[in-house]
Design a protein around this ligand. Sequence first.
Ligand SMILES: [Zn+2]
Length: 340
Amino acid sequence: MSASGRVVVALDVGGTGMKCALVRPDGVVVHTERHPTDAARGPAAVVDTILDVAEGLAATARADGHTPVAIGIAVPGVVDEARGVAVWSANVGFRDVPLRDLAVARLGLPTALGHDVRVGGLAEARLGAGRGADHVLFVAIGTGIAAAHVVDGVAGVGAHGAAGEIGHIMVRPDGPRCGCGRPGCLEAVASAAAIGRRYAELADHGRAGAASSTPAAEQTSGAAVTAAVVAERAAAGEPLAARVWQEAVDALADGLATGQALFDVSTIVLGGGLAQAGDGLLGPLRTALHERMTFHREPRLVAAALGDEAGCLGAALLALDAAGVRDTDAARVPDHQEER
Ligand SMILES: [Zn+2]
């Protein structure tokens, strides 16, 4: 390892924790740290922590003989990347926080601010499961659903910093109401949270009507079931779980088919908690997506490869781009998931 090598400082700020790293221009991570966000303290305290942690990382880099050349910070919510402003975040409480300028003032290094899902998509497209593809759609499925469209290693931001809200494509006009206020958004039907809710709802309904219910419904406990448990039970052949899972798969396929009609990508990378279901999700989803393709070219559908490191690596990529350093084309290749 080059003792005087350049590194960037990368922070991925979430509602509960911050994943932080020092990353070389070739994408190799030389140091990692995690810190609590403790968002309940309010946005001003969170901003102080972000700047303190970034300063500490830069000091660690210098102490280890590296030269910190730029900072990349990823945050959730609406992010104006061009102005470097965290416009809005429900999780962290940001309202028009000029994080980039604050970091430049504190550390004196070029700083890039990015959106957590967009930088995660950037990392998957350039270093992870989408590596080698010029047109990638990264879809993160967790509590919500959001996407990043990455073309030639650059994620589209949109005119207002809000591109990629694939979770709010309407897929079921008569479906459950979404957190955004409209009925039947993809996120209200197929997010991990929605799958757990739907299963609990149907299981409770089954018990309420026990006289006429099926034996499977009688055995089913719906209380506080996570999407991962629904996936397990579906794989084990439980009829109610299989039904709920297939409903979610069909809705996801509708959303992805719309995404493919809009973007014509070669590769769709699925990330977020739900993608950990692996082939239990990818298998039926490939089938359902295939059924929806008419004249469109069918994209390759793969699971994300970088796990919860993706946001931090993506923040590092933004920082490298901001510093005018982009050597990651020759970077490490993480283990790829099985491709179809
Ligand atoms: Zn919505």
